[in-house]
Design a protein around this ligand. Structure first.
Ligand code: UT7
Length: 325
C-alpha cells in the first residue's frame, strides 16, 4: 500500500512582459502618483514583476507551468488523475480554472477543482492533494498556483499596486513508497477579512463593491511574521524534525523583510532562504511553486533536500508544508 506522496517534477511560467520599478513609477507619475525604485526595493525587496497581456488568463499561465512540470517528471497529461489549482484570480466566476486547464491539457475525466486560500493557496492545495493520494483517491496529481493579480490591482493606490505580479508554478505530485510530503499545518481566521481583500462580488449582472485589492499592509505584516513562525514550528513538530533539518526555506514571496525575519526566527542562515520576490513581486498563490521551480532549475535545491514551504495571506490564511524532494 502506498503511504506517501512525493513531488516528481516542477515547472513554472512568467508572462513575457517584465515591468521594472522605474517602469511602474513612470506609469504612476502619469496619474500624479509618486513612488520610486528606491522606496519599493527598501520596503519590499521587489525590483521587477511580470504582467500578463489582457487576454491571458490564469489557466493559460498554468498550462505552460504544467507542461514544464510534466516534462520534468517524465509524465504526460494522460497520466494525470487529479488537478488542483490554487488561485484568487480565476478565469471565470465558474467553472473552475482547474476544469478549464484540464481541457487545455487535452484530457478529461479526472477530478479538477480550484482552491481559494489567496497567498496560502499553494500550501493548501498541496496538503489536499497529499491527503487524496495517501487515501488512494489519486496517483498522479498536478498541483498548481496561478494568478493574474494585475487584474485586481488599483493603480491609483501606490501602497498596493507596486507589490504584486502575475505568473504560475506547478508540481507533479505522485504516490510513493518513500516519504515526500512529511507534514503540514493549515489555518484560517476569518476575523481578519478586512485587512486584505477584494471586496467586490457579482450580483444581478453587476459587480457590487470594489473589485480591486485593499490591504492594510502593516496589519498584514505583523500577523504574517508571527503566524509563519508558528506554522513552521507546528509542522516540524508533526514531522518529528527540528529547525536544523531544514535545507531550504521557501516562503511566500511577499516581502523580503518578512521572509528574512522568518528565517532568523527559525535560526536558518539567510543563504538557505529561496528568494524570487526581487524578480517576481508577490504572485500570491503562484509565488511558492514559482520559487521552488526557480530553485530546482537553478541547481540550488536538489533531490533529497528537505524543504519548508510557507504561505500567508488573505482570509487571514496561513500554513506550511515540510517535504523531502
Ligand atoms: O501576500 C499577502 C501578504 N502581504 C504582505 O505580506 C504585505 C505585508 N506588508 C508589507 O509588506 C508592508 O507593510 C508594505 C510593503 C505594504 C508597506 O511597507 P511599510 O514599511 O509597512 O510602509 P508603510 O505602510 O508604513 O508606509 C511608509 C510610508 C508612508 O508614508 P508616511 O505616512 O510615512 O508619510 C506611505 O504613504 O511610505 C509611503 N508609501 C509609499 N511611498 C512611495 C506607501 N507606499 C508607497 C510607495 N511609494 N509605493
Amino acid at each position: 500500500m502506498t503511504l506517501y506522496s512525493r513531488i516528481t517534477g516542477t515547472g513554472s511560467y512568467l508572462p513575457p512582459r517584465r515591468v521594472t520599478n522605474d517602469d511602474l513609477a513612470r506609469q504612476l507619475a502619469d496619474r500624479g502618483i509618486e513612488t520610486s525604485d528606491q522606496w519599493i526595493i527598501e520596503r519590499t525587496g521587489i525590483r521587477a514583476r511580470h504582467f500578463a497581456e489582457p487576454e491571458v488568463t490564469s489557466s493559460d499561465l498554468a498550462l505552460h507551468a504544467c507542461r514544464h512540470a510534466l516534462e520534468a517528471s517524465g509524465r504526460s497529461a494522460q497520466d494525470v488523475d487529479l488537478i488542483i489549482v490554487a488561485t484568487s484570480t480565476p478565469d471565470m466566476v465558474f467553472p473552475s480554472s482547474a476544469a478549464i486547464l484540464q481541457h487545455k491539457l487535452g484530457i478529461a475525466g479526472c477530478p479538477a477543482f480550484d482552491v481559494q486560500a489567496v497567498c496560502s493557496g499553494f500550501v493548501y492545495a498541496l496538503t489536499v492533494a497529499d491527503a487524496m493520494i495517501r487515501t488512494g483517491g489519486a496517483k498522479c496529481a498536478l498541483v498548481v498556483g496561478a494568478e493574474v493579480f494585475s487584474r485586481i490591482l488599483d493603480f491609483n493606490d501606490r501602497t498596493t499596486c507596486v507589490l504584486f505580479g502575475d505568473g504560475a508554478g506547478a508540481v507533479v505530485l505522485e504516490a510513493s513508497d518513500t516519504p515526500g510530503i512529511l507534514a503540514s499545518d493549515l489555518h484560517a481566521d476569518g476575523s481578519h477579512v478586512g485587512i486584505l481583500c477584494v471586496p467586490g462580488n457579482v450580483s444581478g449582472g453587476q459587480v457590487l463593491g470594489t473589485p480591486l485589492l485593499r490591504m492594510d499592509g502593516q496589519a498584514v505584516f505583523k500577523l504574517a511574521v508571527r503566524v509563519l513562525e508558528d506554522a513552521a514550528r507546528a509542522t516540524l513538530a508533526k514531522a518529528g524534525k527540528v529547525d536544523a533539518d531544514i535545507d531550504w526555506l521557501i516562503p511566500h514571496q511577499a516581502n523580503i523583510r518578512i521572509m528574512q525575519g522568518t528565517a532568523k526566527k527559525l535560526k536558518l542562515p539567510l543563504d538557505k532562504l529561496i528568494v524570487t520576490v526581487d524578480e517576481h513581486g508577490n504572485t500570491s498563490a503562484a509565488s511558492i511553486p514559482l520559487a521552488l521551480d526557480a530553485a530546482v532549475r537553478g541547481g540550488k535545491v536538489k533531490k533529497g533536500d528537505t524543504l519548508m514551504l510557507e504561505g500567508v495571506g488573505g482570509g487571514f490564511t496561513w500554513g506550511a508544508v515540510l517535504l523531502n524532494l
